[in-house]
Design a protein around this ligand. Structure first.
Ligand code: GLN
Ligand code: ZN
Length: 776
């Protein structure tokens, strides 16, 4: 009998198929349920996840992949990087835990959460987990600090699963990745200098795991797929010599994912660990060299099922591809796994009752991916005949996908082929355009504007939800939105803004709104994916060629413009942002998909211009997010991303002013690309850094107009007039007065009118003051 190849999962979504975790967290935060109830829900979710995986037939099931909020925060607590008064009761622990995650108001003198009394606790900074849309909390370390095993969460969860009869493989964020993801409070010290103090904590943890009968752990070191310098590679040698060689500790499966090992391959292969996991969805190129270099005592975990996307795997093809690898290594030395944790995909396709059967036959969510793994393992373990029908089934569905008229739209392909190689430049350079725009627009110095959305008040959300449920007619809904738009225009005129917006009251989300109006996009009912903590998103699925059946925003723009003689900006989401916030088809390059979206947005730009819009904003909030992890891949991405943006604006008249907006200002590394986009005006986020982020503009001459955000919309605080004038005088040190716009950091949809109204009034007042000063 042939050995059955083992299947393994590296991590399962934590949120619950019905978002149970969110519900419990929010109930707990608002004081509706006690700590025990929250912890019970968490335990029930872990149990459910383990049992789901077991029922599917997965051989190696992970534990400690669960988190109440974030696994990096959990790791920081585990190693004592932040103190939590572990011995305290649940309620005090949770208070401190969520204070770190979400911040909290200043406390009175009875406070026990560990904050400095009277000053509150600031939430840890949040940033993207590699190139995913998951955000982790950045641990703040101190130079020279020590660590200790404060909370052995992996041990507790291992025991919890064992009590249910399931022996798991705990997942632990590795020490090198942990330190590289953290930051030092002084902003200078290299966090890796703390490694010698951190590794003993991992040794202690592994010892405790071994003592309770755990033989294998999965240690995640995703930084292995990023560019590492010699010192960082050396840190791996150091840490794993201490963790991997000690036979009294559990064996280590070292997991790399989100790309190939690249220049770190030799480092990874030389480590004394018992197994290695590689991502073969993103890094198929590394297969042969890794297989050849693997030591005879090591096993290889093949990450073959895409943990980052929702497409059904071509299992028959995987059988062919991996049979030789198994023949070479022997079935004992191989495990089959998803490319990474399944955290990044929705849980269960079976919950989707509104997606049609054909589309569903092309998709796989977490549960279906487990089925694929098991099927693949059986086919590769000599049971091919027994599973042939299932394999054929997949082949048929995928053949249909390849040839379906829903996927291939000759018209858009033809149009893009014709555009290939053609310039995407505006007709004239900025200097000429700007003269024509100034003539037409007649704006004052330091024009004031906002980024697009106004508060999505409870009232707006209530009406939208009633409309979506069919409880409110389209006519009534439209009347309601028209009223809100009219009010918003009236208020903007009154407060004295120069360039108005319609307010985006009709939009549920800046990507979803467009996705729902474009062909080639599908939306799920339950396809939630964790973005951070209790915030989940339901990314659209781009399955086919993208086309625009009809104008998407023109009517609302017209309505808004009809209420005022001041210019109202047309407001669009850019192609790169739509792409980066969606599940993207895997049967053509991201670049090609993006060009199709760009074509649709270009047509919308044309229609807005035709309808009379003088200013059109194309938001690229997520352009930076799409940057690849390795430096060598960045230039190519930026090239096509910029080209896609430019395609959108390529047909407009010189006199039409194109704006773009980006919700960040870490521009230093991509400033040349931002400039190459050649938008007439760009608005960016700068207020939180007190305009320090504008320092780049001392060295780099940004040729076009720019609006550095002066009002931090992430905070309920209303900036005072002199605060804004002060911020802008900093900006004036770096940018030319005649190129400067005044605007908030980002859209105002999450704020309340009571905050927005005075804040914008202050901004307008500040602009007036500075205008006077500058003229004098
Ligand atoms: N126009 C959008 C808004 O104001 C931009 C949002 C964003 O950049 N995230 O809401
Ligand atoms: Zn923004």
């Amino acid at each position: 009998m042939t050995t059955t190849i083992r299947t393994a999962a590296l991590g399962f979504p934590r949120i619950g198929a019905r978002r149970e975790l969110k519900t419990a967290l929010e109930a707990f935060w608002s004081g509706k349920i006690p700590p025990q109830d929250l912890l019970q829900t968490a335990a029930a979710l872990r149990k459910d996840n383990w049992q789901r995986q077991k029922a599917k037939g997965i051989a190696i099931i992970p534990s400690n992949d669960f988190s109440l909020y974030d696994h990096v925060l959990d790791t920081a607590i585990m190693v004592g990087a932040v103190q939590t008064d572990q011995g305290a009761d649940d309620s005090r622990f949770l208070e401190r835990y969520f204070a770190l995650a979400r911040g909290r108001e200043a406390h009175d003198s009875n406070c026990s959460c560990g904050c400095v009394r009277g000053s509150g606790t600031k939430a840890l900074e949040m940033t993207k987990w590699f190139d995913t849309n998951y955000h982790y909390l950045v641990p703040e370390l101190q130079a020279g600090q020590s660590f200790f095993l404060q909370a052995a969460k992996p041990v507790a969860e291992f025991l919890e699963a064992r009590a249910l009869g399931i022996i798991t493989r705990p997942v632990i964020l590795g020490p090198v990745s942990f330190l590289l993801l953290a930051k030092c409070r002084d902003g200078e010290t290299d966090t890796l200098t703390l490694l010698p103090k951190l590794v003993p904590v991992y040794q202690e943890l592994l010892k405790q795991l071994k003592n309770v009968g755990c033989d294998w752990v999965q240690i995640d070191e995703p930084v292995l797929v990023t560019d590492l310098n010699k010192n960082q590679q050396g840190a791996f040698d150091y840490a794993y010599r201490l963790l991997g060689k000690d036979t009294s500790l559990p064996k280590i499966l070292l997991a790399s994912y989100f790309g190939d090992l690249g220049d770190n391959q030799t480092t990874a292969l030389n480590l004394p660990v018992a197994g290695l996991h590689i991502d073969l969805v993103r890094g198929m190129n590394q297969l042969d060299s890794v297989v050849n270099a693997l030591r005879p005592d090591q096993l290889l975990s093949l990450g073959v099922i895409d943990g980052r996307n929702v497409w059904r795997a071509d299992v028959p093809k995987l059988v062919e591809t991996f049979a030789p690898v198994i023949a070479t290594l022997g079935a004992d030395r191989v495990q089959l796994a998803p490319s990474c944790s399944l955290l990044h995909v929705p849980i269960d396709l079976q919950q989707e009752s509104k997606l049609d059967d054909e589309l569903k036959s092309w998709l796989a969510f977490a549960m279906q991916k487990l089925d694929e793994l098991v099927l693949l393992a059986r086919a590769l373990s000599g049971e091919k005949a027994a599973v042939q029908t299932q394999l054929d089934h997949i082949s048929t569905a995928l053949a249909q996908r390849r040839s379906s008229p829903r996927i291939i739209k000759p018209q858009v392909r033809h149009e893009l082929a014709q555009l290939k190689g053609k310039p995407v430049e505006r007709r004239s350079p900025y200097a000429e355009r700007s003269k024509k725009q100034k003539d037409i627009l007649q704006l004052p110095l330091f024009p004031t504007t906002t980024i697009g959305s106004f508060p999505q008040s409870a009232d707006v959300r209530k009406h939208r939800s009633a409309f979506t449920k069919g409880e409110l007619s389209a006519a009534d809904y439209n009347t309601f939105i028209t009223e809100r738009t009219k009010e918003a225009i009236g208020w903007q005129e009154e407060v004295g803004l120069d360039v108005l917006v319609h307010g985006e009251f009709e939009r549920n989300d800046m990507v979803q709104y467009f996705g729902e109006k474009l062909d080639g996009f599908a939306f799920t009912q339950h396809g939630w994916v964790q973005s951070y903590g209790s915030r989940y998103v339901r990314p659209p699925i781009i399955y086919g060629d993208v086309t625009r059946p009809a104008p998407m925003t023109v009517a609302w723009w017209q309505t808004a413009q009809s209420f005022t003689s001041k210019p109202v900006k047309g407001m669009l989401t850019g192609p790169v942002t739509i792409l980066n916030w969606s599940f993207v088809r895997d049967d053509q390059s991201r670049e090609d998909t993006c060009r199709q979206i760009a074509l649709a947005i270009r047509d919308e730009v044309k229609d807005l211009e035709k309808a009379g819009a003088k200013i059109i904003q194309i938001d690229e909030a997520a352009l930076r997010e799409g940057l690849p992890l390795k430096a060598k891949d960045k230039a190519h991405y930026l090239d096509w991303a910029v080209a896609c943006f430019k395609l959108c604006q390529s047909t407009v008249e010189d006199s039409t002013q194109i704006h773009t907006h980006m919700c960040y200002s870490e521009f230093n590394d991509i400033i040349a690309s931002i400039a190459a986009m050649d938008a007439d005006v760009i608005s960016i986020e700068t207020s939180r850094s007190k305009m320090e982020l504008l320092d780049i503009f001392k060295q780099f001459h940004y040729p076009n107009e720019i609006g550095p955000g002066v009002y931090d919309i992430h905070s309920p605080r209303i900036p005072a007039v002199d605060e804004i004038t002060e911020l802008l005088s900093h900006a004036l040190n770096r940018l030319n007065a005649d190129k400067l716009w005044f605007n908030p950091d980002c859209g105002l949809k999450t704020r309340h009118w009571e905050e927005v109204k005075p804040a914008i009034a202050h901004m307008v007042a500040a602009a007036r003051i500075l205008r006077q000063k500058t003229v004098q």
